[in-house]
Design a protein around this ligand. Structure first.
Ligand code: AMP
Ligand code: MG
Length: 267
């Protein structure tokens, strides 16, 4: 799945990435679901080991346009993992208190501690995406944020955090399908926000903002993956493979037991 990783310093033209691509997996949808279950089974003990060892911190960032599947990714990739072991931080429109601070303030308090996995459902990247598209700050202000973000993430990595960032890439047609499904299905209507239509009208502006984000902030220490996400099963598989591989790469071990455990008898 490393094929979906954006090398640091790359130029990114999103129109050359096929959102329906599934070429990283040779099987069909059913085989992919089986493979995902196997990955879920591996992730569960890895999370326990991460917590037991209490050394590493893991931060997973999810970004993408409305309906790209951030919620579904969290649900499927972390299925079966101990709910105590994973924290999800969802970043919405900032509150007045958050707006009174710098844009990294609210994000920093939600970063993982030792032994924790935190998933950012949206993130500090909104401050170079929606904020840029809607001119909530001027260009000078958002354009210097790429450097801030790289330095901030570098600091987190230096202090023991593993960072994985996933851009869930869907096509404009796929978004139309998903919005229509939300409109037509009573159980999905709660998700339909008319405001999403105004965002959809700015599709091209968002794609340009995503491209700049990927170009400027995919680093050796905190890489972006562009995940083809029109097919949900493929999206889940790419994210799951990357997360499991990253955790396995930490080469963790259980801490040594207390001395003298052998001599203890429970009566
Ligand atoms: P949802 O993910 O559907 O719950 O929507 C959350 C909304 O909050 C999205 O429209 C985001 O663009 C918006 N949002 C998140 N972070 C920011 C930010 N820093 N500034 C402005 N809007 C934001
Ligand atoms: Mg929404």
């Amino acid at each position: 799945m490393e094929r979906h990783r954006i090398a640091a310093g790359s130029t990114v033209d999103l129109s050359s990435f096929d959102p329906a691509d599934a070429s990283g997996f040779t099987g069909d949808k059913n085989e992919a679901k089986k493979r995902l279950r196997k990955l879920n089974d591996r992730l569960e003990p890895l999370q326990e080991l991460l917590y037991a060892e209490g050394k590493h911190k893991v931060l997973i960032v999810l970004q993408g346009t409305d309906t790209c599947g951030k919620d579904g990714t969290i649900r499927h990739v972390f299925e079966g993992v101990n709910p105590q072991g994973v924290k999800v931080a969802s970043f919405k429109k900032p509150t007045p208190e958050e707006l009174a601070h710098d844009y990294l303030w609210r994000v920093h308090t939600d970063t993982p501690g030792r032994g924790e996995i935190t998933i950012f459902n949206r993130s500090h990247y909104e401050d170079v995406l929606v904020v840029r598209v809607h001119s909530l700050v001027d260009e000078l202000t958002w354009s210097r944020r790429y450097d801030h973000i790289n330095n901030f993430e570098r600091m987190l990595v230096d202090e023991g955090t593993t960072i994985l960032k996933f851009f869930l890439h869907i096509s404009k047609d796929e978004q139309a399908e998903r919005l229509r499904a939300r409109l037509a299905t009573p159980e999905k209507q709660w998700k339909f926000a008319t405001g999403d239509l105004a965002e959809r009208e700015r599709w091209d502006d968002y794609q340009a903002a995503f491209e700049d984000m990927l170009e400027h902030t995919s680093t050796d220490w905190a890489p972006w993956y562009v995940v083809p996400s029109n097919r949900k099963w493929y999206r889940n598989l790419v994210v799951s493979e990357a997360v499991v591989a990253a955790l396995e790469g930490l080469e963790m071990s259980f801490p040594p037991p207390e001395d003298g455990l052998r001599d203890i008898t429970i009566i």
